[in-house]
Design a protein around this ligand. Sequence first.
Ligand code: PMP
Length: 394
Amino acid sequence: MPTQRQLFLDHLGQTSDFPLLIEIERADGVYLYGPNGERYLDLISGIGVSSLGHRHPAVIEAIHAQVDKHLHVMVYGEFVQSPQVQLGAALADSLPDPLEAAFLVNSGGEAIEGALKMAKRYTGRTELISCVEAYHGSTHGALSVGGNESLKQAYRPLLPDTRRMVYGSFRDLELITQRTAAVLVETIQGEAGVRISCSTWFQALRERCTQVGALLILDEIQCGMGRTGTLWAFEQMGIVPDAVVSAKALGGGMPIGAFVASREVMGVFKTNPILGNISTFGGHPVSAAAAYAALQALRNSDLLTQVPAKAARFRDQLKHPLIRGIRNAGLMMAVEFDHFEVVKPIIDRAIELGVITDWFLFCDNSLRIAPPLIITNEQIDHACQVILQACEEH
Ligand code: PMP
């Protein structure tokens, strides 16, 4: 009898030669459980998804209620389905004007694709500017605006007319011109290893985009939904983008993505050609119901206000000669070491000790901490003890 692990290796497409291979039977709150009684504290929320913890009761209840009503009934954009309508209205309510119309899709990458197409149609321009070391997804368009060559080079030719600027560089704002359809920026860069720019830069970026008529699209797929202490990370930057993109934590553990813009900008898909962006499963009713419940649960809780203190609790304890520094925007944290050869054994040992963490796509000298926001002080203390023990045994 082949083991589950062997079947995984034999019959599922692999993404690397060294998958984590942790077997999961169930999950609850901040914990993941294996088939033989193993328990892991989830410090990465798989990744950046389970902000409310695994199987949040409100999300589970919403899923059950929707499953009893209907599953898929029609492609996105035709039938009036209450979970989609509620989610769209709730997103609009959570965002400043004029961000009032949400296009629902299935994933972060698909939402990025839609937002880029929207900008091209709205401006009649083709140039797309994004940042060095940005990550926006793995589909061809999202990869084209990705900011790391090593992920892209094997897939050329990609989309033409894309340019890169340095995140946070005032000088590079001059690259944005009247040729530019959209500037796509992660409000906080995730896979670059939690890189944070100042609000002054964001304000200058906003001003430049407005000046030349380019759409400013913020990717809040990883940093949104409360991870940084406000529902949307851009709230801390004092600007309003032309579009915001969300996924990951949006679904409360179910797959869904969205890009949100003004009704005017969103209107471009309706004509010339009609059906300019379509998706069979976009805004699946069960995912939309889960997302609506998750958004309500988050907004009705005091989890956001607890984020700074919880982040500080990690920062205060994670002190060790091997730790070079910590970058964080709320509970989106990168603990920096000298290099990957130091980080990897620490991550492996932490997992053996029952704490799951990992590193970043474009920053392998840093350890990721992005726990469910519901993590308690005791659980934070335990996680820190384990990481410090792993450092000590290095
Ligand atoms: N943008 C950012 C900032 C992300 O972190 C990710 C996923 N890591 C994506 C886009 C792509 O999302 P998905 O994997 O759902 O396509």
